[in-house]
Design a protein around this ligand. Structure first.
Ligand code: NAP
Length: 521
């Protein structure tokens, strides 16, 4: 966004809480952290030169490599001089008199801006559940989403990990190899498929670079931001042998192939059950102790929590130094001086890892006191999350000249994030340029356009199984958070087209107010 606006001649300043670039890939340094989109599609595409200059080592690179990439981008485009690091935005208030945003920073200073854009991500507000007694724990404890910069040494230690989402599933096999003993505290078992990560061969990389424009086009037009074959068949219209073969091929290839095998996997409970049962049967084959395998078998609709890909996750439970505790039945009562007490036993621990996720979607935005017209905060407008509504996931009625990159009700986390980020960046950049060219002072979503978009999002989501599962997608992971599914499921390609049409129609659904004087940056 900085690059896009700076290139267009706008004076632009970025505020960043960390002391470096990278966002998610800056904070999530836990062992085993890696990307689960294929790396050749996990890129910016605004610069072909950048695409050609960077070479990924493998299909699913690890966090340090992705962070290196983001630093490479920041250096290549000389972004750092316009980024103020170690600075949090505490508040942003719209002043109706001046038609400007007043932005309060945590260093006590404030700045005034014509446009206020958030790039806070969907998963940056980490969730540390309130367990009694954590302050008394004598060992070390860490959250995967705020991992320290130094290496955490698990050698010879008794480690406990709470949480078996994507972060836990990635961290568990790596920690298990180092720790004396690892106890996994699992509340909900997860479906995971092998990643089968492998180094890229040079020919493959060469071809992808040569085909940059075609790959870019496919990413932008696709449903999920990666050129994946769109399934045309129902899981229920094929024979069980054909289905089994398809799932088996996906399992052997590794990655998200089961999720994208049939079009009705996340829509029809019976179709879903075929994929769910396939993975459960794999768990039964891999995990040697039947009672452990049973505990690891999920029952929710496969894919309605983020589908996970792993490296040796289920295999890790065959290790002698790993044990699994089901905290759904054997509840966590408190953290003690020496470990963790459940209703049935106390577990002595030297290190406790919280892989307990994030207050997703709205959490990062609501951490900032954002106030639009009449001093109404975003929190008030969204009724604390009971009535979160946006226009296109990018704008809000009552909040002129405020844009959210990958905000609630856009495709965001159910797409390949770099593609969705770029789409918003381009759209917002074009919009601000249009305003300058047409001497428009403010742009604001109309209430009825917002209502219609929000309703459309809900209708699309309600037609799927996603809303039927407790997950961070629905907000169910945060006690007391109103349940709302805030991801647009109509597909990234179709969404891009819709946004483009709205812009082409003079920003349909927005009120544009002409400026009395020429608009500058
Ligand atoms: P998550 O998917 O929300 O998983 C959190 C885990 O902590 C769940 O197993 C949850 O159990 C458990 N938990 C939460 N509160 C608990 C409590 N009070 N007691 C016991 N257990 C509790 O979080 P995440 O693993 O950090 O992943 C979040 C998202 O980040 C992913 O879905 C993905 O989008 C992204 N991510 C991506 C990658 C990648 O591959 N590139 C890696 C990591 C994260 P329940 O299931 O019962 O709630």
């Amino acid at each position: 966004m900085l690059y896009r606006l700076r290139e267009a001649g706008f004076s632009t300043r970025v505020y960043e809480a960390a002391d470096g670039v990278g966002g998610t890939w800056y904070w999530n340094r836990y062992p085993g952290a890696r990307c689960d989109s294929e790396s050749i599609y996990y890129n910016y595409t605004f610069s072909e030169e950048l695409y050609r200059e960077w070479t990924w080592s493998s299909r699913y690179p690890e966090q340090p490599e992705i962070l290196r990439y983001l630093n490479f981008v920041a250096d290549k485009f000389d972004l750092r001089p316009d980024i103020q690091f170690e600075t949090r935005v505490n508040a942003a208030h719209y002043d109706e008199e001046t038609k400007r945003w007043q932005i309060e920073l945590n260093d006590g200073t404030s700045v005034s801006a014509k446009y206020f854009i958030t790039g806070v991500g969907c998963l940056s507000a980490s969730n540390l559940p309130k367990f009694n007694g954590l302050e008394n724990f004598k060992g070390e404890w860490y959250h995967t989403g705020h991992w320290p910069h130094h290496k955490v040494d698990f050698t010879g230690k008794r480690v406990g990990i709470i949480g078996t989402g994507s972060s836990g599933v990635q961290a568990i096999p790596v920690i298990a190899r180092e720790a004396e003993h690892l106890t996994v505290f699992q509340r909900t078992p997860q479906y995971s498929a092998p990643a089968r990560n492998h180094p890229y061969d040079l020919e493959y990389i060469k071809r992808s670079k040569e085909n940059f424009l075609e790959i870019k086009k496919q990413m932008r037009e696709s449903q999920g931001g990666q050129p994946v074959e769109v399934p045309t068949k129902s899981a229920l219209e094929v024979t069980s042998e054909e289905r089994q073969q398809k799932f088996e091929e996906a399992w052997q290839t590794g990655g998200q192939g089961i999720f994208t095998s049939y079009y009705d996997i996340t829509v029809d409970p019976k179709a879903n059950e075929t994929a769910s049962e396939f993975i459960r049967s794999k768990i039964g084959e891999i995990v040697k102790k039947p009672e452990v395998a049973e505990k690891l078998k999920p029952t929710y609709y496969y894919g309605t929590k983020r589908p996970i890909i792993d490296t040796d996750y289920y295999e890790t439970f065959n290790r002698d130094n790993v044990s699994l505790v089901d905290v759904r039945t054997n509840r966590i009562e408190e953290i003690t001086d020496n470990g963790l007490q459940t209703t049935e036993a106390e577990y002595e621990l030297d290190v406790l890892v919280f892989a307990t996720g994030f207050d997703g979607m709205t959490g990062p935005l609501l951490k900032i006191d954002i106030r639009g017209k009449d001093g109404v905060s975003l929190k008030e407008k969204w009724k604390g999350g009971e009535d979160t509504r946006t226009y296109l996931g990018v704008a809000n009625a009552g909040f002129p000249n405020f844009f959210m990159i990958t905000g609630p009700e856009s495709p965001s986390v159910l797409s390949n994030m770099p593609v969705s980020i770029e789409q918003h960046v381009e759209w917002i950049g074009d919009c601000i340029e249009y305003m300058r060219e047409n001497n428009i002072d403010t742009i604001e979503a109309k209430v009825d356009a917002e209502e219609a978009w929000s309703k459309h999002c809900r209708e699309v989501a309600e037609a799927t199984l996603f809303t039927k599962t407790d997950s961070w997608y629905t907000g169910a992971n945060i006690p007391g958070k109103p349940r709302r599914f805030l991801i647009y499921l109509g597909g990234g390609g179709a969404y891009r087209q819709k946004c483009a049409e709205i812009a082409a129609n003079g920003y349909e659904g927005f009120s544009l107010e002409a400026a009395s004087e020429p608009v500058t940056g």
